[in-house]
Design a protein around this ligand. Structure first.
Ligand SMILES: CC(C)(COP(=O)(O)OP(=O)(O)OC[C@H]1O[C@@H](n2cnc3c(N)ncnc32)[C@H](O)[C@@H]1OP(=O)(O)O)[C@@H](O)C(=O)NCCC(=O)NCCS
Length: 135
C-alpha cells in the first residue's frame, strides 16, 4: 500500500482499483480491490490471481459496488490467462462470503491459523475461509 505504483501498476500481473462516486460535484473514493498474480508450487507454471483488499465504504454498501469490483478482478484475471482466482476471508465477514458465493467462488478450506493471537481466535471463534473460482 505504501507504493501502489511500483507494486501493483508496474507489475502487469498485479493491479489495484478504486471505485469513485461523485458527491456534491466532487469525486470520492467509495471502494477498492487488489489482485496479485502468482505461480503456486506444483502448478505446472500456471498463474493464479489472489484477490485481496476488497472494501466498500460503509455508506455505499449493498449498491453493487463490491460486485463491480469483483467482476473487474475476474475480467483482469481472464485477460492475463490465470487459471483461477483465490482469496482468504473470515467467518466474521458475512457480506463478503455472500458476495463471493454469488460470484461463483467455492469454499476450499477452513482453518483457524491467522495473524492474531490464538486466544483471540478461540474467544471470538473466528475461522479463516479459503475460497477459489476457476476461470
Ligand atoms: C463485502 C463488501 C465488499 C460487499 O460490497 P457491496 O458493495 O456491499 O456488495 P454488493 O452491493 O455488490 O452486493 C453483492 C452481493 O453481496 C452480498 N451482500 C452484500 N452486502 C450484504 C449484507 N449486508 N448481508 C448479506 N449479503 C450481502 C449479497 O449476496 C449481494 O447480492 P444481492 O444484492 O443480490 O443480495 C462490503 O460489504 C464490505 O466492504 N465489507 C467490509 C469489508 C470486507 O469484509 N471485505 C472483504 C474482505 S475479504
Amino acid at each position: 500500500m505504501q507504493d501502489i505504483t511500483r507494486y501493483y501498476i508496474k507489475n502487469p500481473d498485479n493491479c489495484f482499483w478504486v471505485a469513485e462516486a461523485e458527491v456534491n460535484g466532487r469525486p470520492l473514493v467509495v471502494g477498492m480491490v487488489a489482485v496479485e498474480g502468482k505461480i503456486l508450487p506444483n502448478s505446472d507454471g500456471k498463474k493464479v490471481g489472489e484477490l485481496f483488499r476488497m472494501n466498500v465504504s460503509s455508506k455505499c454498501r449493498h449498491t453493487g459496488v463490491g460486485s463491480r469490483l469483483g467482476q473487474t478482478v475476474v475480467d483482469f484475471c481472464k485477460e492475463r490467462g490465470f487459471s483461477k482466482i483465490g482469496l482468504h476471508t473470515s467467518s466474521l465477514q458475512k457480506a463478503a462470503i455472500f458476495l463471493y458465493y454469488k460470484m461463483g467462488f467455492k469454499l476450499v478450506q477452513t482453518h483457524t491459523d491467522c495473524k492474531c493471537p490464538w486466544w483471540i481466535t478461540m474467544l471470538i471463534r473466528i475461522n479463516i475461509l479459503q475460497m477459489e473460482k476457476v476461470i
